[in-house]
Design a protein around this ligand. Structure first.
Ligand code: DAH
Length: 340
């Protein structure tokens, strides 16, 4: 199979060097990256290999695919630069062929994640970005003055109207918990993958806008085993079978008990490496059993129903999975980054 990869790679380079028009370039793209193209054939052939071979060959096929994509884009730019006289002034979209577009990394992960949970019977619930204090804090067991509010650097909206209740940009997707429970009732399996906002000092790991994925399950007889199973299942779907989840005790006012969910590092498989700061694990979510007071706040009887909630950081996962090293790149809409 390795020889085949080499052969495809050199045949592609040779054919690429002979391309002189965008129409031919599109044809070449189809030959290699189309649905029935060379690269997809390789992926198909790979599915017949045993696990050890798959692990060995998989990254090579991915690398070849990335190399082909990059070379096609560079060639498209070259061909355009020959026809555009003043390239520096032309907007990028004017000379990149539309066929080179692709999903934004966050949208890609969003669709993948929602698909996984749709299959498990979850419905998506869309909550507002501008929220009131109750749904974001007080109803979740974080009353005004509670020290736990310090965990969230909140952006309040100054509407110049003292009588109006304070509004804020939601600091987490947990605001959908009470909204969904009140609107849909129990039993409930609900999820939200959306943006949140905090007052942050910006750096490569902090952005004022970021994404969260929230899951809430409330039914009779729900317990921590369900939470653990779901955490493992989700991580394996996203990061592959080599990972698993680990729980550490952690405090969140709206769950009891609360846990930090760690994923076993996929790069060193738990042995410790640079990427996981030598711990073998990295934290990816907060979770726990829904606090009885939160159920009461939603009008649900905690003696009859129980549930778990789970909040996961997709940006961090994307950074780990793809090597993106500045979270701000995910939110600035820079076409050079998105296309790269
Ligand atoms: N909302 C928490 C945060 O932003 C994350 C979280 C923790 C969500 C525990 C949950 C949970 O649903 O149960 O840090």
């Amino acid at each position: 199979m390795k020889d085949k990869l080499k052969l495809i790679s050199s045949r592609f380079s040779q054919q690429l060097s002979q391309v002189t028009s965008l129409a031919d370039l599109d044809k070449l793209k189809l030959t290699y990256l189309g649905r029935k193209g060379e690269v997809n054939q390789l992926f198909k052939a790979m599915s017949r290999l045993d696990l050890a071979d798959k692990r060995r060959i998989g990254p090579e096929v991915n690398r070849l695919k990335a190399k082909i994509e990059k070379a096609l884009i560079a060639k498209a730019r070259d061909l355009h630069s020959q026809t555009q006289t003043n390239l520096a002034d032309a907007p990028l979209t004017a000379y990149l062929p539309a066929s080179f577009g692709r999903l934004h990394p966050i949208e890609w992960l969003r669709q993948k994640t929602l698909n996984i949970f749709h299959r498990l019977g979850f419905i998506e619930f869309v909550g507002p970005h501008i929220e009131n204090d109750w749904f974001n804090f007080a109803g979740l067991n974080i009353p005004p003055g509670h020290p736990a509010r310090d965990l969230w650097d909140t952006l309040y909206l100054n509407l110049n109207d003292v009588k109006q209740e304070p509004l804020l940009l939601r600091t987490h997707t947990s605001n959908v918990q009470l909204r969904a429970l009140k609107e849909c009732g129990v039993p409930l399996r609900v999820m939200a993958f959306d943006r949140c906002f905090r007052r942050e000092i910006l750096d490569p790991r902090h952005s004022h806008t970021f994404s969260q994925f929230e899951v809430l399950v409330v039914d009779k007889g729900i317990n921590m085993n369900h939470l653990k199973w779901l955490s493992d299942y989700f991580l394996k779907q996203i990061l592959g079978d080599v990972t698993e989840s680990r729980f550490r005790p952690k405090y969140y006012p709206f769950v009891e008990p609360g846990v930090g969910v760690d994923a076993k590092c996929v790069f060193c498989q738990g042995k410790g490496c640079q990427i996981c700061s030598n711990s073998g694990w990295f934290e990816i979510a907060g979770a726990g059993m829904v606090h009885p007071q939160v159920l009461k706040n939603a009008g649900v009887d905690p003696d009859v129903y129980s549930g778990f909630a789970w909040g996961f950081g997709p940006d961090r996962m994307l950074m780990l999975k793809t090597g993106i090293n500045d979270i701000r790149d995910l939110y600035q809409g820079d076409l050079w980054f998105l296309r790269g």
